[in-house]
Write a protein that binds this ligand. Structure first.
Ligand SMILES: C[S@@+](CC[C@H](N)C(=O)[O-])C[C@H]1O[C@@H](n2cnc3c(N)ncnc32)[C@H](O)[C@@H]1O
Length: 339
């Protein structure tokens, strides 16, 4: 169990379950941000051969990759002699399994006591890959943008027993109708062995198209109604970008959800070692680890971002004070902002 108490910031995290707890001056307070990020989202490369039509990173087989030594430098930079390091990293890209040193990266991260999670397109998963990562990672996620893609992921899970496998399901104008069926339990037969389906809001970045962004006229209401009485055989979860919609439509208890963590409790580091609030910042609010110390960036440079994105939402809804408002980079993905 990791425990961290820095001033009015308190954090508890259990590596076994992945469960984390955070509180401020009292259990009723939320701290304003974490002096040491709880999670670092690290893009180890922008190399991927799959060519997904929706890829927000516009990854290609020729994409730039961080070297193994640079990855170690990134982990070194996250370590604060006074306060320790991140609880977990989320490794993405590009395709992590196409990185020539992926397994060394897994071993190095585990050696440092940091929980590693990664997302993959699933194309390179084999029993041998599972054998190499078993016992060394927190969880892995396979990306899917339709039920058909989830079905394709099922056979590649052979040998994954003992590894927590999630599905990252991208919710777009095209995929939300099937997602309603998924939450109603219509596809439980393909969810055997899956820990959770995590719904991601579609971002119009890279190869992602504006026309695919979820709109109010899509099945959002039906989706929200379905999640309240989910019949899905595994757990369901949401990315942070979904939180304003969940809170505003009261699909979950507002006290139980956290607003966007990017730049406040989590940080993104790209394959060139640029640090920014989240992977969707598209080069904005980015500072290079080649020029600055990580904690100079986190504690000082990104304070400007934190000050700027305090909730400026003009809609006075029931959750106004708990919500952080629309995404600062892609406000159009926040459906209450669209209204
Ligand atoms: C860019 S992928 C890279 C990792 C890996 N190659 C994969 O396919 O999961 C990282 C995450 O972004 C998600 N993603 C990709 N394009 C997206 C988009 N336009 N909007 C939202 N999420 C997206 C993927 O589903 C995955 O969970």
């Amino acid at each position: 169990m990791l425990t961290r108490h820095i001033g009015d910031y308190h954090f508890l995290a259990d590596a076994e379950t992945g469960m984390t707890f955070r509180w401020g001056k009292t259990f009723d307070d939320n701290p304003s941000f974490a002096p040491v990020p709880e999670l670092a989202d690290i893009s180890i490369s922008n190399r991927c051969s799959k060519g997904c039509s929706f890829c927000y990173k516009d990854s290609t087989p020729e994409g730039h990759a961080m070297t193994y030594d640079e990855y170690c430098q990134v982990l070194d930079s996250l370590y604060s002699p006074d306060n320790g390091t991140v609880f977990q990293v989320a490794i993405g890209g590009g395709e992590p399994l196409e990185h020539p040193d992926f397994f060394r990266i897994v071993d190095e991260t585990a050696k440092r006591g940091i929980v590693l999670n990664f997302t993959t397109n699933g194309g390179l998963l084999t029993p041998d890959v599972f054998a190499k990562i078993k016992g060394k990672i927190g969880a892995m996620a396979i990306s899917a943008s339709s039920i058909e893609e989830m079905e394709l992921a099922k056979p590649v899970l052979k040998g994954s027993d003992g590894i927590k496998v999630n599905i990252h399901y991208i919710l777009s104008s095209d995929s939300i109708s099937e997602a309603v069926g998924l939450v109603k339990g219509e596809y439980n037969d393909i969810l055997n062995g899956i820990n959770a389906v995590v719904f991601l809001t579609y971002k119009p970045a890279g190869r992602g198209k504006e026309s695919q962004v979820l709109k109010n006229e899509d099945d959002i209401d039906a989706f929200m109604k379905a999640i309240v009485i989910s019949k899905c055989s595994c757990k369901i979860g949401f990315d942070a970008c979904f939180v304003p919609m969940l809170m505003q439509r009261q699909a979950v208890r507002k006290e139980m959800v956290d607003t966007c963590e990017g730049g406040f409790f989590s940080v993104y580091i790209d394959e060139y070692m640029n640090v920014s609030p989240c992977s969707f910042s598209g080069g904005k609010d980015a500072y290079s680890l080649k020029d600055y110390d990580f904690y100079d960036i986190w504690l000082h440079k990104l304070q400007d971002y934190r000050d700027r994105v305090k909730n400026g939402c003009k809609r006075m809804c029931a959750v106004h004070d708990l919500c952080r408002g629309a995404c600062p980079y892609y406000p159009q993905i926040t459906s209450c902002y669209q209204r």
